[in-house]
Design a protein. Sequence first.
Lengths: 648, 118
Amino acid sequence: MIDFIYNQIIFYLAIFLVMFLPGWFLLLAIFGKSKILSTLERFVISFALGLVVMDFIAFAYYRPHIPLTAETSILGSLIFSAVCYGIYKHRQNKAAFDSSSEASTETKKLFSFSKNQLILLLLFIFLTIFIRTVYLTGTVAPTATDMGHHTYWAKVIAETHAVTNYGGSPTFIIGEHVALAEIYMITGLSVFSAFPVMFLFLVNILGIMTAFILTIRIFKNKTVAILSILFLGVLYAVTSPQAKYISGGVIGNIIGDYLMPLMFYFYYRAFEFLREGNYSVETQSKEAKSFLALAVFTTFGLFYTHHLTAFIFLFIFAFLFVFYLLINFGNIKKIFLSAWQVIWSPSVMATFFVGLFFFFVIFTPSYIKGGAVNTAVGVSTKGTRVGLTLTNLKNTMGEARAAMGIIGLIILVLAYRRKDLGIAIVVSWTVMLFIMSTEPHFLLVNLPSDRIGNYLSYPLAILAAYGFWAMFKPSKVEWKYYSKTVAENLVPLTLLKSAFIIILAFVLIEGLSDSAQAFKKAPNFTPLNEVFAAAQYLDKNSTDNDVILKDHNYLTGDTWIKSFFMRGYDYPLSRSYFKRYDGITDPSKLCTLVMISNPGADDANQCFASTKTDFIMINPSYDSSQFVKLDNFNEIYVTDGVAVYYRK
Amino acid sequence: MQQQKNIIIFIIVLLMASSFWLFYQSNQQTNPDLGQDWWTLAFTEPKSSNLNFTITNHSDQTSFHWQEMENGETVKQGDVEIKKGANAEVVAPEASVSGRVDIQVNSGNGKEDIYKNF
């Protein structure tokens, strides 16, 4: 028990050191204790900035061959924080932190909740965390394929004491693994423990809270922001990209869904002054530049973490740029002149060029060299990449959230401050993701459509929150074209109240039905433990000269066993899902299939000779009969769910 | 300010409680000796002609009966007691004929078999 509590404490300490501390001190150095950021915003933002800072520290260690260890990671975090503190003290002495009282007042106003609002906010936060916890209870065990791959790379970084280029593979990106590796090194916890899941859980919650602070800043409305947690955190809490992505170890997406809203937040706050219509930068120039520098910094962090999210961000950003200028066509010159004053500043330019220097000189992500960009662009004929139908999209997003989101979008476009930058961000975020996921050929996007569609849940949740609020709190909506609300004009109050109850019931029942999955009975973990026990046996009884082949179809948690061996990402060899072999004619690419499915055949014998495979791990319920009849195989290990054969 | 601090503390406490629970669950689920019922049979030296074998017990059964068979004929047998969470190595005679030598182990209703071909 004492060990357990010690592990918990050391885990929290590691999270504090490699995520929170450097981010918090970075904000302190930039903004001091200025009220331009609320306490809650500082808390939510610090973790993301800390993640990116620690990435850059790891890259800085790479060229001079400073080993990345627990000690150097902690030292890097502490030195960075100390330097930031020094900058803060220096700037404080020069009275550099004089944020406008207007900004402070607005922050105070936006983040002071009424009693009812506070209760609702805490209730939604509780449900957000509770439903995920219940779901993860049955899925926290190390079975997920993706998580198995990611934890292997985290271990590689920890064991080699350096960031890795993944052997040139564009599939993985360094920002996905630095924090995991550092937590692993600092805590000494096993990668098979709950810490990778807990790390992603934390990032997921922070991503939801980031959407909350973005919403509150854009809409200047606490109720809409609180409702955004309902639509993003409470409803559809299990389905992708929420709890299922956490347990599945979809690290890049989870971190991307934290960084992307945060980037919108920073870009929005950098150019927030454009919302008022006077396009004057004078009153907010200093903070605007700081926010833009942070936006650029976070953008580099995203490009170092997840290419899919970064790719999507570029499309949204391009759309936003064009869309915002179109709706403000008459003021383009003023906008450019004001924006240029923010962009062309030492802090922004320094961040940009230092980021570029790191990106192309110090440590370039493997996907840049690996040609991932080329494979993501073009017209695809694959069924999974030709776009989602509206029915697909409705199923992906959840019917209630999609419906309310569309209503919110329509109301927003028709009746809100249409020239506002914040609104333009939400609209661009939604519309571009909608186009990319339903009509990818328009933009020559060649990526899995459902993966893109999953990103829609964030802007749609914000829009659904706004739509729901706008429909039933009409007196507060700033309608432009009506003296009274549309609802008040169109329907009697009684009918409106009835509609509220019906729609609320529909939203809650439909949205929470997804969470029923969380309360299913936990699966049987015996197959998983049998596989791990067999892997430990093989690890003990084989050497680097032996080649192991295992089956991915019928063994639970098999992708994790590479972390027992640590003999390379592709070790052991794996018989993949059968459908993956469809259409393959090259015999060498069929080896992993035939060596298990038909080990006595001539082509299998050629494969055994060429790959030097001598150990085979399979599920005996499905694959033992073909080995039993061959006298050049010994069955050397068996339990109900796993058998290991040795080829003489 | 205090209100926001309370919200932050609320989030931290909830996440810590979740962490505590999930770590506990993970430990339980990946502990083969907790609430599980299986055992393994393996050759101690898989590559050599040695026929010694190891039984690792994660079940509630503690009595294991083993027999060594050469081409289907029993040449030696015995019993071994193994507590849950423990393992035992059994020294088996070398194969005396060419062909297949099986090690068969029974425990309760379970039976496992490993073999080497000579």
